[in-house]
Design a protein around this ligand. Structure first.
Ligand SMILES: [Zn+2]
Length: 630
């Protein structure tokens, strides 16, 4: 039995796909991201009404109360009065709805009779209206993949949020170009039992959406939220995973985190500690003692007028330093108080003496907090004493949760596949009907349009790639993950017989991948670039040997046509080569006197070094032989 089965890992996916139907969900603006930050700028303070605030989750309310100032950039060609909330939403983009229904039919789902957009409150400023418009299109579906059945909970159409540009203190800047791009969200039931399986399912659903021909491409165009739980734990939501390889790492990370948290729970229970009797002290001022330390962190806080406070946690020695994957339990506490109070650092008894705090100082702190060796303590540096009750409350909250195992929370995903505390899980009642948009009746005309949208099973494409083009399963996965299946098929049909299918794979997947590893910005290697490479190879204006160098130039920002010119074999004429080799022969006695066979090899070597990528190697060989004969 593998570890995932043993611990009862259950994973559900919520995958958001940006659609390109030629317009946004509620206006005619193009569903595109602008490259510049030009545009009219305006500032808003969101003011939800009291009744709305009653339904906002506490974290969002907290953000709002912090007095968030939101600045929007409204780029001309990418946004209009609808995004700025100066004009009501237009009638929704029906194509997006049709695509959602097409998917729903594939999954055998129940399609709602009337599609009603709802307002989901968001007070982080990511929408100018203060809410996101979202509509459930279908629910309760299923599909089979590699012999296993999976459930689909729901399919939803919604508007994309504005694009976060920058966040400094209490000010946040968004670009409106992304706001309103149609999203279709596919949510699975938690039938997935391993990280790899999650990737397989995500890839499959991605392939289905892709086959409609309306999926947007590029970084950030697909985002996955994941629900993860293990036996005896709690469902944790991890949000905002953009890549499939990160998806696998994130689930693995969160799975290990749950196991460690359950182990901590068991250790606490076995120790005889109980949250009911755990008497965590009030904060006490330890500034005087700690100011004697050599810690730079401490002197920095003191210089800015801050003070240090300590809190005693009885009989808790050893648990703050308890390792949860790559972090300590103290770090989990810190993430919690960082979110609620903006505190970015703490010191705790399991890591002291250290950080410039000597044994004497630590003993001094222990004495003033009345701590024995079995007790633990946490020290924080702070500028506003009024925050202390909130911080203490959050410390108690997180420690209380350790006795229950896995906290019920929403976590964010980092790009390298780890997770961090994002906010508490929002409550359910956050939606109310959008009165500006009439319900959409799912009638015969709509269904007729739906039937015109193509959709193909990604498994069939996979079979084709394996059977016709002779690729391995792994290569197929790479093509899918890099979103170049269609390009591969197109290039294979045009150029495959001349260059071989695997060479095409090599150029569109392997070379960009190794360049990325070397640190090149491969985002510039797009379909047009790759098509031009093969056209150049086909009409023999470039040679295979220079493909990598040309792509490097493209990554460095040179236009593909110019990069091809740089390496065009026409740059070295037959005369150039002939002249060069004659020169070498004349000037270098050591080569002249070599035996014929070795002389030939040496000359080819020298000439290739000079003309690599500038001329077909065959021509070099011919000229060398010609000159040797003379
Ligand atoms: Zn617009």
């Amino acid at each position: 039995m593998n570890k995932y089965v043993r611990y009862g890992l259950k994973v559900g996916l919520e995958i958001h796909f940006q659609l390109n139907t030629g317009r946004k969900l509620f206006c005619r603006c193009p569903p595109e991201i602008s490259n510049s930050s030009k545009g009219i700028r305006f500032v808003r303070r969101l003011r939800p009404t009291q009744s709305e605030l009653g339904q906002v989750d506490p974290a969002a309310l907290f953000e709002f109360e912090k007095g968030l100032i939101v600045e929007y950039i409204a780029p001309d060609k990418y946004s209009c009065l609808v995004e700025a909330d100066e004009e009501p939403p237009h009638y929704p983009d029906l194509k997006s709805i049709e695509i959602a229904i097409r998917l729903a039919k594939f999954f055998g789902m129940k399609i709602v009779d009337e599609i009603q957009f709802m307002r989901k409150i968001v007070v982080d400023g990511s929408n100018t209206t203060g809410f996101q418009r979202t509509a459930v299109v279908a629910y309760d579906g299923k599909f089979t993949l590699d012999g296993k059945k999976y459930g689909i909970q729901s399919i939803t159409v919604e508007e994309e949020a504005a694009r976060l540009i920058e966040r400094v203190d209490n000010k946040v800047i968004y670009n409106l170009d992304r706001l309103g791009i149609p999203l279709v969200e596919v949510a699975t039931t938690p039938d997935i039992n391993s990280p790899k399986e999650a990737v397989k399912v995500a890839r499959y659903i991605g392939g289905l959406v892709k086959s409609t021909g309306f999926k947007r491409r590029g970084i950030g165009s697909v985002r996955q939220d994941v629900n993860i739980s293990v036996l005896g734990g709690t469902v944790v939501e991890v949000k905002g995973i953009q890549r499939l390889d990160t998806l696998e790492k994130t689930i693995e990370y969160e799975f290990n985190r749950h196991i460690k948290l359950l182990e901590l729970q068991r250790l606490l229970k076995e120790s005889g500690l109980s949250i009911d009797t755990l008497d965590i002290s009030e904060f006490m001022d330890v500034t005087e003692i700690i100011s004697k330390s050599e810690s730079k962190l401490v002197s920095r806080v003191l210089k800015k007028g801050g003070r240090f406070y300590g809190v005693k946690i009885p009989d808790f020695s050893g648990y703050l330093g308890y390792k949860i994957v790559d972090k300590t339990f103290a770090r989990e506490i810190l993430e919690r108080i960082r979110f609620w109070a903006g505190i970015t650092g703490l010191l705790h008894s399991d890591e002291l003496p250290g950080y410039g705090l000597s044994r004497d100082i630590v003993n001094g702190i222990r004495r003033s907090l009345n701590c024995s060796d079995r007790d633990a303590f946490i020290i924080i540096g702070i500028y506003d004493e009024e925050q202390l009750p909130l911080i203490r409350e959050k410390i108690i909250e997180r420690i209380t949760e350790a006795f229950k195992g896995v906290p019920y929370e929403t976590r964010g995903a980092t790009e390298d596949g780890r997770t961090y505390y994002m906010r508490p899980r929002p409550g359910m009642a956050r939606m109310y009907p959008e009165t500006d948009i009439p319900p959409i009746i799912v009638d015969d005309v709509l269904i007729e349009n739906v039937s015109r949208i193509k959709l193909s099973d990604p498994k069939e494409v996979e079979h084709k790639l394996i059977n016709i083009y002779g690729l391995s399963g792994e290569m197929v996965d790479e093509l899918i993950d890099n979103d170049v299946v269609d390009l591969f098929i197109e290039l294979s049909e045009n150029f495959g017989r001349k260059f071989g299918y695997r060479y095409i794979y090599h150029v569109i997947v392997s070379i960009p991948k190794s360049l990325e590893r070397e640190g090149y910005d491969t985002s510039k290697i797009n379909e047009e670039v790759l098509r031009k490479i093969f056209e150049g190879l086909w009409n023999e204006s470039i040679v295979k040997e220079s493909v990598t160098d040309i792509l490097k130039k493209v990554c460095e920002g040179i236009k593909i046509d110019d990069a091809i010119k740089l390496y065009s074999r026409l740059r070295a004429s037959i005369d150039d080569v002939r002249e060069y080799i004659s020169g070498v022969l004349e000037e270098r006695d050591d080569i002249q006197n070599l035996p014929l066979d070795i002389k030939r090899k040496r000359l080819i070597g020298i000439a290739m070094e000079k003309f690599r990528g500038l001329i077909d190697p065959k021509i070099v060989v011919n000229i060398v032989e010609e000159l040797i004969d003379e």
